[in-house]
Ligand binder design. Structure first.
Ligand code: ASP
Length: 339
């Protein structure tokens, strides 16, 4: 009798683990904006899909092997930060004075702990700094020099600011960056201008990831170079918990991209979670309400990716395009660019 009870209990435990494994989900974005097919070459389009697929598969491997959503989000975002296709890490947009200033954040839906950094110029992967701030500091947000000092103390990879400025071939976002550089360095940089002029233009390009692991934990992270030509140490929504990033196991995880000033004022990520928590809306209803109604009324352009505790996903955006994708337990990575 005792043994049959133990057996039944073990079978039930196994089944519930399988049920949770069934729900593993990962959703990403690589920025929203004026991303139009007519401005895109097939090679560039393929490069975006390939990189998003690579990131999704990396996250999926972690989740499928029993890994945690926090690791999946960090590793996925690192891949996107390291790719010059996106406005985060390498390939980030330039500030008005010709530098790259990076912002990132991460939030753990199990504990509601969060970490974020802003205006860092030498940390190779700002998402890893956001995570260390969450895990190893008593604070939520560190900025500028102090954040960089903490990154050094934590042994994170430090690079010269020029690392982020490496030129690459196929960059829609790089044109935006390039035009600003060209304006600034008109005299020095004449040779670059024809190449830069060929590239499709885009305003945004932040990266983000939300993951649900088999333990039911939701983590959201976002990383960005901010908005091109930004001045005076401008900080956008990406490192602001509740605006660009939010996660709560009871509701959802959200990562945003778009015109940060509007996303801060609309408290986009938290608002979606709050509509679910207080109004009982589904993820889809809440996400659409905020992105397609509230933000549109305010004049804010962009989108979000999100998932809920059951692995439902939402990816609404009110701009012409948004690099985005998801992968679920079946391991089929799906990526999209246009409406
Ligand atoms: N939201 C970012 C910012 O305003 C920009 C982006 O999403 O591309 O800093």
């Amino acid at each position: 009798m005792k043994y049959s009870l133990i057996l039944i209990f073990s079978i039930l435990t196994c089944l519930s683990t399988f049920a949770q494994k069934d729900k593993i989900t990962l959703v990403i974005h690589g920025g929203a904006g004026t991303i139009l097919k007519e401005n895109m070459t097939p090679e560039l389009e393929k490069a975006y899909h390939d990189k998003m697929q690579e990131a999704l598969r990396k996250g999926y491997e972690i989740l499928k092997n029993g890994g945690k959503s926090l690791d999946a989000v960090t590793e996925v975002i690192k891949i996107l930060e390291d790719s010059p296709l996106f406005n985060a890490g390498k390939g980030a947009v330039f500030s008005a004075d010709g530098k790259n200033e990076l912002d990132a954040s991460v939030m753990d839906g199990a504990t509601l702990k969060a970490g974020s950094c802003a205006s860092v110029m030498t940390v190779k992967n700002p998402i890893t700094l956001a995570r260390r701030i969450m895990e190893n500091s008593p604070h939520v947000m560190l900025i500028g020099r102090g954040a960089e000092k903490f990154a050094q103390e934590q042994g994170l990879t430090i690079v010269p600011n020029e690392y982020f400025q490496t030129e690459t071939r196929l960059k829609q976002l790089k044109k935006e960056k390039g035009e600003k550089i060209k304006e600034k360095n008109k005299k020095k940089d004449k040779d670059d201008s024809s190449l830069l002029d060929q590239m499709p233009q885009d305003k945004f390009g932040t990266v983000g990831c939300v993951a649900l692991d088999e333990y039911g934990n939701i983590v959201a992270g976002t990383s960005t170079g901010g908005m091109s030509n930004k001045k005076w140490n401008r900080v956008g929504d990406s490192p602001i918990i509740g605006a660009g990033t939010y996660a709560n196991n009871q509701t959802c995880g959200v990562s945003a991209t778009g015109h940060g000033e509007y996303f801060i004022r609309a408290v986009v990520a938290y608002d979606i979670s709050a509509l679910m928590e207080y109004q009982g809306m589904s993820l889809e209803q809440a996400a659409n309400r905020v992105v397609m109604e509230k933000l549109v009324k305010m004049g804010g352009e962009g989108g979000i990716v999100a998932l809920d505790k059951n692995g439902n996903i939402a990816m609404p955006f009110n701009s012409p395009g948004m690099y985005r994708g998801y992968i679920k337990a079946d391991g089929q990575a799906q990526t999209f660019i246009y409406k």
